[in-house]
Design a protein around this ligand. Structure first.
Ligand code: TTP
Ligand code: MG
Length: 412
């Protein structure tokens, strides 16, 4: 861990960038302990396959992402080559995103394994910027059962990202405002966003090799060399990057529907499906670090008529019980004389969990307890399967969970 400045610093913004180390390969090494410490290469195993990523042990042989697999194996014939297993990487990605979302409502994921987190103003809750980063590393390691993340902290997105890469793996690099320019100056110009191979060649031919060469030049000169990106390149070289962290709220609702083999009639027959759906939806919410404050019940009659009712909860939740209670209340407002072939529950008005944490600190111990219980149940289900599916009329169930990306109210 390095601190580029130990002086007391003011932080106009606190932006963290987290990026998992050798992500796909690290997941493989975690799940197959016999691979720990070995060169592991994940990627296409066919004749023209390319490397997705390599463990740090394999990188010592010069193996890199996007390299042809055959080339990689020439460099290290004893490397263990594995095909990618995206669904497992997506599960881990959801776990790390749940951690990120518990730190700030402003989380901008860039890929499965990295995100920006804007923590400006959160010192009272999370401590100093260095403490935030240390805590994030610890929480990610716990949530993923041992995987490491490298974290950069700075006052801009650009410097935070460069910082997270500075001391990989398991790095923590803090670049306060007064250290930004000196941190960037010695780096090669290829580290500037917007400088690809072509621009790098142009810059190097003109004598600009390091970021300091660009920083000490002028925006006009850079525009002359690089065209429209030139001014931005000059700004980045000087640590100027006002871009905000833009949260990605793509899932508008999370739902679970059961299409039934035999139609059901009446509230008592429908309720077990809503209960199972509430448990599934709540678990999805928790996995993604989200809470919902809207609940919708959807029923489809045997002649394919859709009925739906929805309501807003008084407080947002990621627990099954309030979702189920609301669904039961909604059911009482629906005409239940028909035979139904589909029962569904969706949670909407999603937002990152814990946003209202300040207001909740001293209240509602019962809710906290329920949340702990839910999390324990999640862990049990992950390990032993889903007891909820063994309940009620489960034998009839044959449809699956849906995460709906359309805006709310799609099934009105
Ligand atoms: P990266 O974060 O770029 O790489 P990494 O996590 O493997 O290693 P590190 O961050 O420690 O340098 O990408 C994340 C994952 O995305 C990576 O594990 C595999 C995948 N990926 C590809 O499939 N192809 C690629 O060309 C790159 C760069 C990544
Ligand atoms: Mg990574």
């Amino acid at each position: 861990m390095i601190y580029l400045s130990r002086r007391e610093n003011t932080w106009t913004r606190i932006i963290l960038h987290g990026d998992m180390d050798a992500f796909f390969a690290a997941v493989e090494q975690r799940d197959r302990p016999e691979l720990k410490g070995k060169p592991v290469v994940v990627g296409g195993t066919g004749g023209r396959g390319v490397v997705s990523t390599a463990s740090y042990e394999a990188r010592r042989f010069g193996i890199k992402s996007a390299m042809p697999m055959a080339h990689a194996l020439r460099r290290c014939p004893e490397a263990v080559v594995l095909p990618p297993d995206f669904s497992r990487y997506q599960t881990v990605s959801a776990e790390i995103n749940a951690v990120f979302n518990s730190y700030s409502p402003l989380v901008e994921p860039l890929s499965l394994d990295e995100a920006f987190i804007d923590m400006t103003g959160a010192e009272k809750l999370f401590g100093s910027p260095a403490e935030m980063a240390e805590r994030l590393k610890r929480d990610v390691r716990e949530a993923t059962l041992g995987l490491t993340i490298s974290v950069g902290v700075s006052t801009t997105k650009y410097t935070a990202k460069v910082a997270s890469d500075f001391q990989k793996p398991d790095g923590l690099t803090l670049v306060p405002e007064n250290a930004v320019r000196s941190f960037l100056r010695p780096l090669p110009v290829s580290r500037l966003w917007g400088v690809g191979d072509k621009s790098r060649q142009i810059l190097e031919t003109a004598g600009f090799r390091r970021i300091e060469d660009v920083a000490d030049s002028t925006p006009e000169k850079m525009a002359q060399l690089l065209g429209s990106v030139g001014v931005q390149v000059w700004e980045l070289a000087n640590g100027i990057d006002p871009r905000p962290v833009v949260p990605q709220r793509d899932a508008k609702s999370i739902g679970k529907e059961f299409t039934l083999e035999t139609d059901v009639r009446g509230k008592t027959a429908i309720m077990p499906f809503l209960q199972t759906a509430a448990e599934k939806v709540a678990r999805s919410l928790r996995k993604q670090g989200l809470e919902a404050s809207g609940v919708r019940v959807k029923l489809k009659t045997s002649d394919f008529q859709l009925l739906s009712r929805q309501e807003n909860l008084r407080r947002s939740t990621d627990s099954a019980l309030p979702l189920f209670q609301s669904a039961c209340a909604l059911l009482d407002r629906m005409p239940l004389t028909f035979a139904f072939r589909l029962v569904g529950l969706a949670a909407f008005h999603l937002r990152p969990a814990g946003q209202s944490a300040q207001g909740m600190l001293f209240e509602d111990a019962a809710r906290e307890k329920q949340q702990r219980l839910d999390r324990t149940m999640d862990a049990v289900r992950e390990k032993f399967g889903d007891p909820a599916l063994q309940r009620g009329n489960a034998a009839q169930i044959f449809s699956a969970t849906a995460i709906q990306k359309k805006s709310g109210g799609e099934d009105q």
